[in-house]
Design a protein around this ligand. Structure first.
Ligand SMILES: C[S@@+](CC[C@H](N)C(=O)[O-])C[C@H]1O[C@@H](n2cnc3c(N)ncnc32)[C@H](O)[C@@H]1O
Length: 235
């Protein structure tokens, strides 16, 4: 799943220009987070798909989880920027006590509508202003494609806040579009550089246990991604 402006399965190409337009207008107003709710609300009103939501769990999550599951220390999980909830539900099916949040109220409303019997705790929350009780509170944090949907000047701060959810001994599974350091970005999505991803270790104190830089063939067309497993040392 998970792209800031494109998706694997359904190829809703027209929506890419819509989200770029919404994102540009929001940034021009100095409110770069506003367009997410606008997009979900418009998608619901017009009966169109949200471009990154495949309505299925992310195969990148499933594959990475399979490699690391034996090393996950506990059962508290957090899904960052959860969209319509498929990754959160998948982790819940793996017996995690999942909290999943998104800044867009309509997205969270859709999660609750789609999964009325869910065990997931869904919450409207801003990554940059999350509940204090979430600090270092999760054994497993999953972040896919939220940071790349934010302007590059917000990436380091977003990395700081995502890292802050990881408990001692906990793991972060991270998926994002990748680019070379000097490769220009064409606008949303804003792929991350290796230097940015290194902030998880160099600035936030996590250990990198695995890192892949690969063409993700689940996307159509394939896109270059980083997929990483980080861990906070246990005390
Ligand atoms: C590109 S989508 C990715 C959704 C999902 N993680 C996936 O992989 O399909 C980014 C998601 O992050 C949410 N989001 C963006 N900024 C956020 C913030 N500051 N706090 C919480 N959620 C945010 C958006 O509403 C959107 O659902």
């Amino acid at each position: 799943m998970g792209e800031g402006g494109e998706k694997g399965g359904k190829g809703v190409s027209d929506d890419r220009s819509l989200i770029r337009q919404l994102a540009q207008e929001a940034s021009a107003k100095g409110r770069p987070l506003d367009w997410f709710e606008q997009l979900y609300a418009r998608a619901r009103a017009d009966g169109i798909a949200v471009p990154w939501d495949d309505l299925a769990p992310d195969p990148n999550l499933i594959e990475l989880f399979d490699k690391v599951k034996a090393s996950i220390a506990g059962r508290r999980a957090l899904v960052v920027g959860c969209g319509l909830g498929d990754d959160a539900e998948w982790l819940s099916s793996k017996d995690f006590a999942v909290t999943a949040f998104d800044i867009a109220p309509t997205a969270i409303d859709e999660c609750r509508r789609r999964f009325p019997d869910s065990k997931v705790t869904y919450a409207v929350a801003d990554l940059f202003n999350a509940p204090e009780g979430w600090a270092h509170a999760f054994d497993l944090v999953f972040e896919s494609s939220t940071i790349q949907a934010l302007p590059p000047e917000m990436h380091a701060k977003a990395i700081h806040h995502v890292s802050g959810f990881v408990a001692e001994g906990g793991s972060l599974l991270f998926v994002a579009r990748a680019r070379d350091e000097h490769e220009a970005t064409a606008g949303l999505p804003w792929p991350l550089t290796r230097g940015e991803v290194n902030l998880f270790t160099e600035r936030e104190g996590l250990r990198e246990l695995s890192m892949e830089d690969y063409p993700d063939k689940h996307a159509l067309p394939p896109v270059r991604r980083f997929r990483a497993w980080f861990q906070r040392a246990a005390k």
